[in-house]
Design a protein around this ligand. Structure first.
Ligand code: FES
Ligand code: FES
Length: 157
């Protein structure tokens, strides 16, 4: 089958890869690049489990074609930590026990991260809006919002 050569930045590293024109960004990231943090939930843009950042904006990777990544900058949950050091949002989710099964967590954190990159001190309402496309079947959202707001409060100090 015809494949397309694309190149893009993934988690601060240049990637060159040949992809099937029908492959989604999510499948390329998980199957070809072995980054399995982004999850497939619905596969239809409804749950947010697959959220990654494209040019610092949250995107449902299940809805974007891999070929569309050409020339873009992609960040996945794996790109947030530096070596052993977790991102402050990741730390805060752990501290607040803001996850149970964890399936929604990478997407949830990426949506929150996109907001904090744009605005380090959003209101709680803005946080709720930013994660409104990310569904969680376990936590009831309260601890998730607390975890994000804890980072926001630290940013305000
Ligand atoms: S798997 Fe992409 S939005 Fe649900
Ligand atoms: S922690 Fe299970 S879906 Fe959110």
């Amino acid at each position: 089958m015809l494949k397309y050569d694309i190149s893009f930045i993934l988690n601060n590293e240049q990637v060159h890869i040949s992809v099937d024109p029908h492959k989604t960004l999510l499948d390329m990231i998980r199957e070809d690049l072995d980054l399995t943090g982004a999850k497939e939930g619905c596969g239809a843009g409804e749950c947010g489990a697959c959220t990654v950042l494209v040019n610092n904006r949250p995107v449902n990777a299940c809805l974007m074609l891999a070929v569309e990544a050409d020339g873009q900058e992609i960040i996945t949950i794996e790109g947030l930590s530096t070596g052993e050091e977790l991102d402050e949002l990741q730390e805060s989710f752990i501290d607040h026990a803001a996850l149970q099964c964890g399936y929604c967590t990478p997407g949830m954190i990426m949506s929150a991260k996109a907001l904090l990159m744009k605005n380090p001190t959003p209101t709680e309402t803005e946080v709720k809006k930013a994660i409104s496309g990310n569904l969680c079947r376990c936590t009831g959202y309260k601890k998730i919002i607390e975890a994000v707001m804890d980072v926001v409060n630290k940013n305000q100090q």
